[in-house]
Design a protein around this ligand. Structure first.
Ligand code: BES
Ligand code: MN
Ligand code: ZN
Length: 495
């Protein structure tokens, strides 16, 4: 990706992207005073017959005509906008992302979107890179619609060091998000716990920085370490579980952050098996662990002055003759016992081990991220993630998400729900009352964090887009969480 203040009319790209806002008097080109008058008139004139409205997520290609070196002009909607106003960063991200997503097949793309200040440059760069993604691992034969290889952001700020840094950051960020999407989209016959651990090793190696270390605990080491939750969930699978620790340690860290991710490479439900319809989406049940891995790698690549340790709790939840049964009792690391009343509530079991391991190292804060409950989807729908935990940290996550352009909504941890988790035989049961299922899962995890400031992120819906692509978000794995976690780490670096 390149940043330039060159004249947009002279861009010889395959496609030149321009913003269009909707207004009561019809669509209006935004931030493109440089457009030759006849081109502007042509575009605005065509808008009516083409049905262009300037709505969000609307992308339309029109012939560039005379006066432009680019082959086509791409109109990308930014929605309603008062005259004189410029779009919000997240609107720009989505508009740039939708354009790049729709432009599969174009090799070179130049973006002439509003990019007057550094936040706008960052938004355009991030959106474009996030949208330029396609997953083709399992496609054979001729490949069409590959994402653009050469993206240029046009901005008067091209000489500004901060704008250049924003571009470099966007590239690291997008690589991390793409890395998560690739892992989530991978078929679970290819991505099982040991394969995930290998992928983590490869990602660490690719980052090429010395202060990034990875340790993999196999099933023997897990038994020796008392990780009963991960082992219990993983015991039904022919492919044994793993706990991966990835740590980034800069020389003089301003803070120490621990991240714990749910990495169920496939969640069949186990003996409490799920219905067949929709079970395929459960290949995405490792999205939290993937987000943790790539956040740590991104923090290292950006050389942030914060120590970050990621814990990936990897297991495959399968029914079999060796699988755990409803009524089995597990001992989580640290000694607490859990009666497994439903083997499909497996996420909290592996996360309990991960949280205990994470807090043993006395981080300043621990954040866990998991596709934990169907109740998250019931409460907030498929695009809004939930955050629970210690009040301060919960607010910190909401603020980081806001800055990053991700939707995380604060949710409570009502103490009365703890009663539902009482077990007749063990310290606690792994399921509680039916209502407020997402909060009950949070209350369960809370038992394992002690007094460490903590937040729990439930990304069950947002991690995997089962519907059509929108903005910079493709169908399938979305990579949700990485941008929020990275923003939080960056904020910790300066506070
Ligand atoms: N992985 C699922 C949660 C999930 C559901 C993620 C839908 C993404 C989309 C989790 O392991 C699960 O099965 N949770 C159960 C818990 C219940 C048994 C208490 C659920 O939500 O139904
Ligand atoms: Mn489950
Ligand atoms: Zn699960």
């Amino acid at each position: 990706m390149t940043l330039t203040s060159a004249n947009p009319t002279r861009q010889t790209a395959d496609a030149l992207v321009v913003a269009v806002a909707s207004s009561p008097s019809g669509p209006r080109v935004v931030g493109a005073d440089w457009l030759p008058a006849d081109t502007a008139a042509q575009v605005t004139g065509l808008a009516g017959v083409l049905g262009v409205t300037g709505a969000v997520d609307e992308v339309r290609r029109v012939p560039a005509g005379t006066g432009l070196a680019a082959k086509v002009v791409v109109l990308t909607g930014v929605g309603a906008l008062d005259a004189g106003d410029s779009p919000e960063p997240e609107t720009l991200r989505r508009a740039a992302g939708a354009a790049l997503r729709e432009l599969g097949g174009a090799r070179t793309v130049a973006l002439a979107l509003p990019a007057e200040d550094v936040p706008q440059v960052a938004a355009v760069a991030e959106g474009a890179l996030l949208g330029a993604y396609s997953y083709t691992r399992y496609r054979t034969g001729e490949q069409t619609g590959a994402p653009a290889e050469d993206i240029t952001v046009l901005s008067p700020r091209s000489r500004d060091k901060a704008a250049q840094a924003a571009l470099a950051r966007a590239e690291v960020l997008a690589a991390a998000v793409h890395g998560v999407r690739d892992l989530v989209n991978a078929a679970p016959n290819d991505l099982f716990p040991a394969a995930f651990a290998d992928a983590a090793k490869a990602a660490v190696k690719d980052a090429g920085t010395r202060n990034l270390k990875i340790t993999v605990l196999d099933e023997k080491a897990l038994a020796a370490g008392g990780y009963g939750g991960i082992l219990g969930v993983g015991q039904g699978s022919a492919r044994p579980p793993r706990l991966v620790k990835v740590s980034y340690t800069p020389s003089r860290p301003a803070a120490k952050v621990a991240l714990v991710g749910k990495g169920i490479t496939f969640d069949s439900g186990g003996i409490s098996i799920k219905p067949a319809a929709g079970m395929d989406a459960m290949k995405s049940d490792m999205a939290g662990a993937a987000a943790v891995l790539h956040t740590v790698v991104a923090a290292a690549r950006l050389e942030l002055p914060v120590a970050v340790t990621g814990w990936l709790c990897l297991a495959e939840n399968m029914p079999s003759g060796t699988a755990q049964r409803p009524s089995d009792v597990l001992t989580i690391r640290g000694g607490k016992t859990v009666e497994v009343l439903n083997t499909d509530a497996e996420g909290r079991l592996v996360m309990a081990d991960g949280l205990v391991a994470a807090v043993e190292e006395k981080p300043d804060v621990v954040i866990d991220i998991a596709t934990l409950t169907g109740a998250q989807l019931v409460a907030l729908g498929p695009r809004v993630s939930a955050v629970m935990g210690t009040d301060d940290v919960r607010t910190e996550v909401v603020d980081a998400a806001e800055a990053a352009g991700e939707a995380f909504w604060p949710m409570p941890l009502p103490a009365d729900l703890r009663a539902g988790l009482k077990s007749k035989v063990a310290d606690l049961a792994n399921i509680g009352d039916r209502f407020g299922g997402m909060l009950t899962a949070g209350i369960f995890l809370q038992e394992f964090v002690g007094t460490t400031p903590w937040a729990h992120l439930d990304i069950a819906g947002p991690a995997f887009n089962e519907k059509a692509a929108f903005g910079y978000t493709p169908a399938g794995g979305t990579g949700v969480g990485v941008r929020t976690l990275l923003a939080l780490i960056e904020a910790r670096a300066v506070r």
